[in-house]
Design a protein around this ligand. Structure first.
Ligand SMILES: [Mg+2]
Length: 169
């Protein structure tokens, strides 16, 4: 059970690598995006061009998008404005509160949405427990708080014994 709720449907190295056609085939209409280490580098606000382009393509393809972040920062507001998508701050992941707020805002059912994020114990757990599809973003190099090392160690243990995590989107 624990294994199941900690296993994402897909794993990618960047949001820009997510195949929109494949999401569409799964019946996905809405994309919920984590913020730090997913859209921007941890504690950063500079949006990589490839990700901005991917968001634009997703919007043009008819997907509804929303940033769902545990953060409450001006950075979040600025990036959401730049991308022209709504955001839910203080999402309290892994609780489903923020995800439900985002789904309500996008007028979608859980099975029509995907949660995309870099952490198993917040993004993937919250997404799976709420009935969404999930994509784990694992950049080759992570910059974050020193204490995240322990969390990443545990995540890597799970990744190691979870073959499905190796699937590419
Ligand atoms: Mg994150």
């Amino acid at each position: 059970m624990l294994k199941k709720i900690l296993v994402p449907n897909f794993m990618v190295t960047s949001v820009a690598d997510i195949d929109l056609a494949r999401l569409r085939k799964l019946g996905v209409r809405g994309i919920l995006l984590d913020f730090d280490n997913t859209l921007v580098r941890w504690n950063g606000s500079s949006l990589p061009n490839a990700i901005a382009k991917w968001v634009k393509a997703a919007k043009e393809a008819g997907f509804s998008l929303c940033i769902v972040s545990n953060a409450i920062t001006r950075r979040l507001e600025r990036v959401a404005k730049r991308l022209g998508i709504p955001f839910v701050p203080q999402a309290c992941k892994p609780s489903p509160i923020g995800i439900y707020r985002a789904l309500k805002r996008l007028c979608l059912q859980a099975y029509e949405a995907v949660m995309v994020g870099d952490q198993l114990f917040t993004d993937v757990l919250a997404g799976n427990c709420s009935g969404l599809h999930t994509v784990l973003v694992r950049p080759p190099k992570l910059y974050e708080q020193w204490w995240m090392k322990g969390v990443r160690y545990l995540e890597n243990l799970i990744t190691k014994y979870t073959p499905r995590l190796q699937a590419a989107c």
